[in-house]
Design a protein around this ligand. Structure first.
Ligand code: UDP
Ligand code: MG
Length: 341
């Protein structure tokens, strides 16, 4: 095994949000699988501003797990940002990202590493075979989401999960993407490289509950679509053109009737047209607004996350306390990249 200061072969990156009760079991299972794999490794836990005892559990577990590193974000930044923090801190030659609730089964790790070691794949994706037990709204929501995404962005992400192994080269390429609001699943599809797939059945969550509210899912969907496609903008232009043609036809007819002395009667048509055009205009403005908001968020160039505390990084062993480090500053010298000006 490599010493804690030497870059390991494998990094396991896990975003955690209030998963205190699950962590001991997760750590034990991970350790068992990783020891069996026999490669050097590190565990990078990112505490995404948990409100429970997650950080205390990690601190307490540290003496038992010398390969455990942890970052504590200054507040809840969301899973995608927590993943970024973990990926930027990871030092391994292959980086595996997974959830903390054991819905991404650790027993898949040996197979994933084996596929990567065989040299045929730079990205090993664990694909959901079934989505586990979910409420009807979640199932329908997921279906609508993936259909929209694949129509609009051209990437089929159905069944894609955030459980995957990425070669160091892929993570380095990913770090150059530099946008603030990220949709991790889409980004790995966009990056390309050689992908291999392994299917898995999603088990029940071991404890706690999923934090994805409908609002959060909708936000993620909007982010995903606006970051991968400008098609909605083209779509409103196309709808505008169609309406222009219709307007010309209807206008010509109205003018003809007027000249022929048979003015159109009734307000029904006028009201209907008002309603249709009014709502189309509002939707169009809304779509433009969404893109504008994205540009605004990106232009501000704020860091994706703020690290408040770290546990057992090589630097943390030194004298200087690591308080309130910025998300762009990389913790791993080997993968350091420039912060945006
Ligand atoms: N998570 C996080 N920040 C959040 C919400 C979730 O880091 O704001 C983590 C969570 O602890 C878990 C993973 O992201 O490890 C997936 O979350 P969850 O199980 O709630 O999502 P689901 O499985 O329902 O998609
Ligand atoms: Mg889960």
């Amino acid at each position: 095994m490599a010493s804690p200061s030497e870059p390991p072969t494998l990094s396991i990156v896990i975003p955690v949000y209030s998963e205190g009760p699950n962590l001991d079991r997760l750590l034990a299972e991970l350790e068992r699988q990783l020891v069996a794999i026999g490669e050097s490794y590190e565990l990078v836990f990112v505490d995404d501003g948990s409100t429970d005892d997650t950080w205390q559990v990690l601190t307490a577990a540290r003496p038992r797990y010398p390969h455990l590193r942890a970052l504590r974000l200054s507040r809840n930044f969301g899973k995608e940002a927590a993943l970024c923090a973990g990926l930027e801190a990871a030092r391994g030659q292959a980086i595996i990202v997974m959830d903390a609730d054991l819905q991404h089964p650790p027993h898949m790790l040996p197979q994933m590493v084996h596929l990567w070691r065989s040299g045929d794949a730079d990205v090993v994706e664990a694909v959901k075979e079934s989505r586990g037990r979910e409420s009807l709204t979640n199932k329908v929501g997921a279906r609508v989401f993936y259909t929209l995404i694949s129509r609009l962005s051209g990437y089929n992400l159905e069944g894609a999960s955030d459980f995957k192994l990425l070669d160091r080269r892929v993570v380095d390429a990913w770090q150059r993407l530099g946008e603030r609001d990220v949709f991790f699943r889409g980004m790995t599809a966009w990056l390309g490289f050689r992908h291999a797939h392994l299917s898995f059945v999603v088990p029940e969550r071991v404890g706690g509950r999923s934090r994805w509210s409908i609002i959060r899912l909708i936000t993620l969907a909007v982010n995903a679509i606006t970051s991968f496609s400008s098609k909605p903008l083209h779509l409103i232009t196309a709808v505008g053109l169609v309406f222009m043609v219709l307007a010309a036809l209807l206008g010509a007819q109205t003018l003809y009737l007027k000249l022929a002395g048979e003015a159109v009667s009734g307000f029904a048509t006028v009201i209907l047209l008002q309603l249709i055009i009014g709502s189309l205009l509002m939707i169009s403005l809304g779509v433009i607004g969404l893109y504008l908001a994205r540009i605004y968020e990106e232009v501000k160039g704020r860091p994706r996350y703020i690290i408040a505390q770290t546990l057992a990084t090589p630097e943390a062993d030194g004298p200087a306390p690591l308080e309130a480090r910025e998300g762009w500053a990389d913790l791993a010298p080997s993968t350091r990249h420039k912060a945006r000006a």
